[in-house]
Write a protein that binds this ligand. Sequence first.
Ligand SMILES: Cc1cc2nc3c(=O)[nH]c(=O)nc-3n(C[C@H](O)[C@H](O)[C@H](O)COP(=O)(O)O)c2cc1C
Length: 211
Amino acid sequence: MYLKDDLSWRYAVQVFDSQATLSKNDIDQIIEVFRLAPSSFGLQPWKLIVIENKDIQKSLVPVSYNQAKIADASALLVLAYRKNIDEQYAIDHVENTAKTTGASLESLESYKNSLLGFVNNTPEEHKNAWAKNQVYLAAGVLVAHLAQQHIDACCMEGFSSADYDRILWLDAQNYSSAVIIPIGKRNESDLFSKSPKTRFSTDIISQRITS
Ligand SMILES: Cc1cc2nc3c(=O)[nH]c(=O)nc-3n(C[C@H](O)[C@H](O)[C@H](O)COP(=O)(O)O)c2cc1C
């Protein structure tokens, strides 16, 4: 089985089965896959919020362009980026790297200096855009994992990030929501499940350079 077969199985679900549930293991695996996603400098400027609470999911529908799938999904994943990472964040990361790898702090000095150069010399706006890019990469990893596990999902940008940040207290923690993914089981009434995929042909989206 190739990943492409699972990616052909998946589609952006519009109607979820509101009765379906996910197991604790499903959620644990999702969190671990997110944790293992790669990031620039290894800085992991992100947080995954997993909401398995119908009341909270319902409260988010009005700030998600009234899309019912937010409430009907078995769970809602909110992928947030860490805002304006600073010197202390970078220093903590280097110390954690030393602890987990056994490397000495002296041997990590040039790594630390490049991190400090980045966090101290990059404008806040660019750092936030950079952090958001990292979250999108983790979202891609999650989409592949969900497809492989045959857990239905729909990546979404159609929501008010400011409202999510307020309702989920992300503001207070210095995070901001970037992308959300309702997950669960497709409802058989969802006509989109039967639609063929609209994709450009391989000669348009790829180029092979061999000589
Ligand atoms: C970053 C991102 C944001 C998206 N936002 C929404 C959304 O807000 N609502 C929605 O119904 N679909 C959303 N989609 C789904 C896309 O429309 C869908 O993935 C695309 O049309 C390809 O179709 P497929 O995923 O079924 O193959 C989003 C997809 C991505 C990757």
